[in-house]
Write a protein that binds this ligand. Structure first.
Ligand code: ADP
Ligand code: MG
Length: 259
């Protein structure tokens, strides 16, 4: 197996808050990896460092063997890292298909101007991608009238238009009904399987995580406290402690070592 994404000692502090502390993990090609943890555990901070939006206080991020230090979001996106946004990033005034076509045009930018039938071509590709996420029948609707769950599926199609090798999904199912959550993650799992894309995602709903993730990492108070298979994580007493509220894993003595 080949490693697509790797972090080594990744850390981020905001003043006195150690949001992420010494997090090291690797994501394999074709892997659907969940990052879970209570609110404030540091998940979004981790994602923002992976996407180049936040500069780490310490540690490094490696994408296919390249150190991403000093790379901005745009550069990282161009290197094949796609993302879905917690707040949906679509154009309400355009149709579903047009939104995907925009993404395809942006992805194929230079070629677009010289292809005589580019509009048709991108329309067909857009419809293919919409078919993949189960949205083909809504291609000509305006985004403004879409249900929330459909917007999230459209967002996935837009992310896929850039042919990412790695997709970062921070709470992709936030605001969705339970049945929609399971459906979106099932869809994501199918895409991982069929396209060989690697996915790192966060998710609150443990049923969704345990049903679809290949592997699960648990963050608590900025630290990676577990990293293993679904069964290992389910049966890990430290993870149960965090999720069942049976006391705190926070160890002030340990925290001092990271000062
Ligand atoms: P999660 O996504 O797991 O809920 P976050 O990464 O959003 O956690 O937050 C981790 C910790 O870092 C929290 O204590 C949060 O308040 C803090 N934090 C996150 N972003 C900032 C910021 N820009 N400035 C100050 N503190 C922040
Ligand atoms: Mg978050």
């Amino acid at each position: 197996m080949s490693i697509v994404l790797e972090t080594r000692g990744l850390s981020k502090s905001f003043g006195a808050i150690k949001a992420v502390q010494d997090v090291s993990f690797a994501l394999q090609k074709g892997e659907l990896l969940a990052m879970i943890g209570p609110n404030g555990a540091g998940k979004s901070t981790c994602f923002n460092m992976l996407m180049g939006q936040l500069k780490p206080s310490a540690g490094t991020v490696w994408l296919n063997g390249t150190n991403l230090s000093g790379h901005g979001p745009r550069q990282i996106w161009r290197m094949g890292v796609g993302r879905t946004f917690q707040i949906t990033g679509t154009y309400a005034s355009m149709t579903v298909a047009e939104n995907v076509q925009m993404a395809l045009i942006s992805h194929n930018g230079r070629v677009f101007s010289i292809l005589p039938y580019a509009h048709r071509l991108y329309r067909d590709q857009a419809l293919d991608l919409l078919g993949l996420v189960g949205m083909a029948d809504q291609a000509d609707r305006h985004c403004a009238v879409l249900a929330y769950g459909d917007l999230k599926r459209l967002e996935l199609a837009i992310a896929l238009a850039h042919e990412p090798s790695l997709l970062l999904m921070d709470e992709p199912t936030a605001g969705m009904a339970p049945r929609e959550r399971v459906a979106l993650m099932k869809l994501t799992a199918d895409i991982v399987r069929d396209r060989g894309v690697s996915v790192l995602f966060t998710e609150h709903d443990m049923d969704v995580v345990f049903a679809h993730a290949h592997r699960v990492m648990v963050l608590n108070r900025g630290q990676l406290i577990a990293n293993g298979s679904v069964d290992e994580i389910r049966n890990d007493p430290r993870v149960q402690e965090v999720y069942l509220g049976g006391g705190t894993l926070f160890n002030p003595a340990e925290e001092g070592q990271h000062a």
